[in-house]
Design a protein around this ligand. Sequence first.
Ligand SMILES: *Cc1c(COP(=O)(O)O)cnc(C)c1O
Length: 387
Amino acid sequence: MSSEKQAAGFSTLAVHSGVEPDPSTGAIMTPVYLTSTYVQDGIGQHKGYEYSRSSNPTRDALEAAFAALERGTHGLAFSSGLAAIDAVLMTLRPGDEVIAGDDLYGGTRRLFTTHYEPLGIRFHFVDTQDTARVADALNEKTRLVWLETPTNPLLRVTDIAAVAALLEGHPARLGVDNTFATPALQNPLTEGADIVMHSVTKYLGGHSDVVMGALMTKDASIDAELRTLQNNVGAIPGPMDCFLVLRGIKTLGIRVRQHCLNGKAIAQWLAEHPKVDKVYWPGFEGFPNHEVAARQMQDFGGMISFTLSDDSLAASRKVCESTRIFALAESLGGVESLIEHPALMTHASVPAEQRAMLGINDSLIRLSCGIEDPEDLIADLDQALNA
Ligand SMILES: *Cc1c(COP(=O)(O)O)cnc(C)c1O
């Protein structure tokens, strides 16, 4: 964003940051630079671009937008959310220790335990809702604390600033997977985190048409380290995907507003429904760490989980298979509403005893509330609950 367009409002940032009119034509939209290489005027005399694994103008625009959205100074785009997390893990060495939430995205936990644990990195999975548990696991070998807040699918909330305060003066970095909250609702860098990560596949892309990941930071040395890894490994998105996400994030502010309105209306309606037992949504007063969520988030988001009074698998399966507007699918954060069964779908790879410990039972249903009209979504859930 040029200095005349400096603004602090989130939607203004989302529409303008990273994007400048094309200098050769004035095109208002960032061109899609479908090129792998760049012609040099003489040896080493180039215009800042040599090869597209290292940098590409369409990706550069997107990375600048990523940095701005998270109130950081540097952004990096990866071919998936997991590739972004992998880049952070690659900064560690055998003997290093990591403290991570015990309710992480399943693929993140799988990457940690099946790939990095055998390489000699030690993971402590703790309930980060309670900062004291993080303090208990912290020692002189800790090099990374990895949080998700709110978590998937139980919407557990961790106090980012409290964990950051705990790490003050300690060499461990604090990384936050901010996929569920989106930068429209929560900015972990402002709360003291060192690295923010997004599965751009979800809300940032917003239209269920791209798989991508992002890392943001305001520390130039962390950026330099991660950028070297990005170039060494090459897990980068292509320019067409970068264009789609640049377009998607222009509407992030208004989309998230509607996701939140729908989430609130549906959570409150579900809480009153006779066939529903428990509703997980951090906006309820009395929800664990509700005050933390109210302080560190602008609003409570569009993700909800709930259980049924009839706690049989047959009952939850019936609801998941009976909606007409909510599509039965994994993933989240798109404009269209989705319903899914965590124990059988997104969290099937989590060991059964771990699922039981966390409360991911056969009755649990997860909703990603889209941006449709809330009355239609509620009517759809009502007919599915009565099916
Ligand atoms: C989807 C997701 C990921 C993984 O991202 P991909 O883009 O699928 O690789 C990581 N964290 C959270 C919270 C997610 O929802």
